[in-house]
Design a protein around this ligand. Structure first.
Ligand code: GLU
Length: 378
C-alpha cells in the first residue's frame, strides 16, 4: 500500500514531541518552536484532523529555570525539576495556541492511572470529551509523583499506549533526527535513511543505539518500541524530524518524509492491547513446550498441565508474563490463580485441581481471551 493511501484515512493523530525539539537542542524551552507547533497543529485541526499531543520537556524546562547544566541524577531532583518545568511547559503552549484561538488542556498520567480498567476507561472518556470540545489535550507523564514501579519511563512508549487509549489512526513521533537509519548517522557518513518499515523486529531494537542526548530519555530504541506497540493496535507510526518547518502537513498529506512504520501483525482489540502493553507484569509463569505451542499455534488457553512453575508474588487477576523454558517471554495475560496456587497445581490435570486446592476458580490458568502472544498477536 502506498504511503498516501495509508495516510488518507487518518483523522485522529497522536503527536509526540520530544524535549530536544522543544528546546531546539538548547537548554531552555524555545518559544519559536512552540509557536511553530501551534501553527502547524491548528492548521491540521482546520483541515479536520483531531490532535492529541504528548509533550516532553518538563524536566528540561525545570533544568532551564534552575540553571542546571546537567540532567538531575536523583529521583527527587528530577521530580522537583519536572514540577517546576511542567507549568513553564504549559505556559509556553498556552501562549502559542491562544494566538490561533485554540484551547489546550493538561493531562498528567502515571501507569497506575491506566492499570485499572475503570480508570483507564475514565481517562479515555475525558480525552474524547476534550476532543469533542475541540480542545487539544496535552499529555505528559506525571513525573512529579511517579516512582519507578509505576513509571511509563519515556514518552515514546506512553504515546503508543495513548494511541490505543484514544483510538487514534496514526502516531507521529517528532524528534531531532530525520527518521530511522540503517547505521548510526552520527558515526557513519554513508548512513541511509530508511523510508519504510513493515515490521519492527527484535534485531532492529537491539541494533538501535541508546539515549542520544542528555535531554532525551529514550533514544531510538524507545521509538522502535513505540512503533511496534502502535502496530499491534493496527496503527502506523511516522518518525520524523520535528526541527523542520511544515513537517506535520507533509506527513499528513503522505509526502515521503521521515520513516513510516506500518502494521503487519494481527490487530489486537483495545482491551488486549491494554493487557499487553499498559499493564506491568507482576510475575512470570514458566510453561513447557507443548503449552507454548498450543498457545502460539492453536490459540489455546494456558492450563495447569502445561505449567512448570510460577515466579514472583502475584494475585488472582494480575497481569503476568508467560515464559518458555529457555527464558523467552512469548505472551502476556491475566491470571485466574495467584502465584502460590499455581505452584500447587502446576503440572496437574484440570480435573485434579479441585482436590488439590479444595476449590477451582476456572479450568484455565490464563484464558485465551485474556492472553496476548508475541511477536505476532494471538
Ligand atoms: N516526561 C519527561 C519530561 O517531561 C520526558 C520523558 C521523555 O521525553 O520521554 O521531561
Amino acid at each position: 500500500m502506498k504511503r498516501k493511501d495509508i495516510l488518507e484515512k487518518v483523522r485522529r493523530v497522536v503527536l509526540k514531541v520530544g524535549s530536544r525539539v522543544l528546546t531546539a537542542k538548547g537548554r531552555t524551552l524555545s518559544q519559536p518552536v512552540f509557536d511553530r507547533m501551534a501553527r502547524e497543529i491548528s492548521g491540521a485541526k482546520k483541515r479536520g484532523y483531531e490532535i492529541v499531543l504528548i509533550s516532553s520537556g518538563a524536566i528540561a524546562a525545570g533544568m532551564g529555570r534552575l540553571g542546571l547544566l546537567e540532567k538531575p541524577k536523583t529521583m527527587p531532583e528530577k521530580q522537583a525539576s519536572a514540577a517546576i518545568g511542567q507549568s513553564a511547559l504549559m505556559w509556553s503552549y498556552e501562549k502559542a495556541f491562544s494566538f490561533y484561538g485554540e484551547k489546550v488542556a493538561q493531562i498528567l498520567l502515571t501507569r497506575d492511572d491506566l492499570s485499572n480498567r475503570n480508570r483507564y476507561l475514565n481517562a479515555r472518556n475525558t480525552l474524547l470529551t476534550l476532543l469533542d470540545f475541540g480542545v487539544i489535550p496535552i499529555i505528559n507523564e506525571n513525573d512529579t509523583v511517579v516512582v519507578q514501579e509505576i513509571k511509563f519511563g519515556d514518552n515514546d512508549n506512553l504515546s503508543a499506549l495513548v494511541t490505543n487509549l484514544v483510538n487514534a489512526d496514526l502516531l507521529v513521533i517528532l524528534s531531532d533526527i530525520d527518521g530511522l537509519y540503517d547505521k548510526d548517522p552520527r558515526v557513519h557518513r554513508g548512513a541511509r535513511l530508511i523510508r519504510f518499515v513493515d515490521r519492527v523486529t527484535e534485531e532492529m531494537e537491539q541494533k538501535a543505539t541508546g539515549t542520544l542526548s542528555p535531554f532525551s530519555v529514550g533514544g531510538m530504541v524507545t521509538k522502535l518500541q513505540a512503533a511496534r506497540k502502535a502496530a499491534f493496535f493496527g496503527v502506523p507510526t511516522v518518525l520524523a524530524n520535528g526541527m523542520v518547518e511544515g513537517l506535520l502537513e507533509k506527513i499528513l498529506s503522505g509526502e515521503e518524509v521521515g520513516t513510516l512504520f506500518t502494521s503487519q501483525v494481527n490487530k489486537l482489540t483495545s482491551r488486549k492491547h491494554w493487557i499487553a502493553f499498559t499493564l506491568n507484569a507482576q510475575g512470570r509463569i514458566v510453561v513447557d513446550e507443548g503449552a507454548k505451542r498450543a498457545i502460539l499455534q492453536k490459540g489455546k488457553s494456558l492450563l495447569p498441565s502445561g505449567v512448570l512453575f510460577a515466579e514472583g508474588k502475584f494475585g488472582q487477576g494480575d497481569p503476568v508474563a508467560l515464559f518458555d523454558g529457555n527464558g523467552r517471554e512469548f505472551a502476556r495475560g491475566l491470571t485466574n490463580y495467584d502465584s502460590s496456587e499455581i505452584n500447587k497445581i502446576k503440572g496437574l490435570k484440570t480435573s485434579e485441581v479441585e482436590s488439590r486446592l479444595g476449590y477451582r476458580y476456572s479450568d484455565e490458568i490464563v484464558h485465551r481471551d485474556d492472553l496476548v502472544c508475541f511477536p505476532a498477536g494471538c
